[in-house]
Structures are given as structure tokens and as C-alpha cells.
Design a protein. Structure first.
Length: 244
């Protein structure tokens, strides 16, 4: 008996594979633009400096914004998962698909701080966030050829949008062109010199890398108030420990 996943024409699958990542990326542009413009607005209005004068620590500030962004991304990821995993990707493990959504979206938290570090005004950072998000996505076409070496594909996956595009190709392959589908046991299978498990590990690495880089740049890039001491909240805790 022919599987229903192999009845779709290859041309249609190819078009879906090419177009789906773009619309997926646009969905997460909204929370990305929101957090970037809000963080920049606090810098521009000097409200962040005012909160620090009243005792706000850097660690509390970063954590509070992370929680806000986590809630927004969770709601978005749950919505996207329900709409696509149950209607389109019926042959993909729903937990894996939700993890793919969630980790990808959290990458944008670090990107927001990277942008605001250099462009601390609401308007400039919002425009830069939009352009960077879209331009970085189009870089995925540089490695669209299946013959591109795995090392090059994984190296380019340092950009979350490129990694997201590569993972999307894996999802479409497992969902429409295989009988077993995508699950925890088949995620390590290599397709076009890339694997879903390897891509997810890169996406997780990106999340940590861009997060730490964003917080570091927020501390060291000069502003109108001077240069903050890197990891100031850690330094303060060490000093208080010595004093005791």
C-alpha cells in the first residue's frame, strides 16, 4: 500500500520546502522586533540608568527580559506547533518540532542585545533588527546545493536563520519522503550532508553563543555613560565576598 506521504508531487514538496522557512522566519520577526525596540527604548530614554541608580542589577535586568521573551516565544511556538505539526507535519514527532521552534526563537534574545549595543535608539535598532533578520535568512541559499560539504553547512549554521532553513529541509524530507518519519531515533540520519540532530545541536549552540555575546557586548560597547565593566554583577558579588 502506498503511503499518503509519497502521494504529493515532488515539485510541490520542493516549493513548500523553499517557501515555508521564509514565512516561518517572518512569524518570529514580530517578537524579535518587539524586544529589540523595547530594550533600545529603555536605553534611549535613560530609564535603564534610572533603574540601576535605584538598585537594579545587571543580572536581574537580563533575567527579567529573558523571562518576558521566553513567555512570548512559548506562546508563539505552541501556536505554530499546533497549527503545523497537527495539520502539515503529521509524520514528525511533535515534541521535536516544538523544541525546534522554541530553541530557534530564543536565539533572537542574544541578537537583540547585540544590535542594541551598537544602535541604542529605538528606530535604528528596529530597522536593523528587521534587515538583519531577513538578510541573514537569504544567506541560506549559498549552501542550498546538496553537494556542499557538511563542514560548510554546519559552519554556516552559526547563523540561526541558516540553521533553521537546514532543519526545515530535514523536517520536510522525513515528513513527505520517508515512511518512518522524524523521531528521536531517526534524527541522526544524514540527508544531503546534514542531520536533524546535528542541526539541533548547532541551534542550541547558537542560542548560548549569541546570548553570551549579546550580554558581553552590552557591557563593553561604549555608550554615552561610558563603558560598563564586563560582567559587572559578578564582580560586585566577588567584592562583597571579600569584604565579609
Amino acid at each position: 500500500m502506498t503511503s499518503k506521504f509519497t502521494d504529493i508531487k515532488p515539485a510541490a514538496i520542493q516549493q513548500l520546502t523553499q517557501n515555508f522557512p521564509f514565512f516561518f522566519m517572518i512569524i518570529y520577526l514580530i517578537p524579535f522586533y518587539y524586544i529589540t525596540s523595547k530594550i533600545a527604548s529603555e536605553k534611549e530614554s535613560k530609564s535603564r540608568e534610572g533603574m540601576k541608580m535605584m538598585g537594579l542589577t545587571d543580572s536581574t535586568y537580563y533575567l527579567s527580559w529573558f523571562i518576558v521573551f521566553l513567555v512570548i516565544c512559548s506562546i508563539t511556538s505552541v501556536t505554530v506547533t499546533i497549527m503545523t505539526a497537527t495539520g502539515i507535519f503529521k509524520n514528525v514527532d511533535i515534541l521535536l518540532f516544538f523544541s525546534y521552534n522554541m530553541i530557534y526563537s530564543l536565539n533572537l534574545y542574544g541578537w537583540a542585545f547585540c544590535i542594541v549595543s551598537f544602535l541604542p535608539t529605538k528606530r535604528s535598532s528596529g530597522i536593523a533588527a528587521t534587515l538583519l533578520h531577513i538578510i541573514s535568512y537569504y544567506l541560506c541559499f549559498t549552501i542550498n546545493d546538496p553537494s556542499v560539504p557538511a563542514s560548510t553547512q554546519y559552519a554556516m549554521s552559526i547563523l540561526p536563520n541558516v540553521c533553521m532553513n537546514q532543519l526545515t529541509k530535514q523536517i520536510f524530507f522525513y515528513n513527505f519522503q520517508t515512511e518512518v518519519g522524524l523521531n528521536f531515533s531517526t534524527g541522526s540520519v544524514v540527508y544531503q550532508n546534514y542531520s536533524f540532530r546535528g542541526g539541533m545541536l548547532m541551534l542550541l549552540f547558537d542560542c548560548i553563543f549569541w546570548g553570551l555575546l549579546g550580554l558581553y557586548l552590552d557591557q563593553v560597547v561604549p555608550s554615552q555613560f561610558g563603558i560598563a565593566k564586563p560582567w559587572n554583577f559578578l564582580c560586585k558579588s566577588k567584592k562583597s565576598g571579600r569584604g565579609g
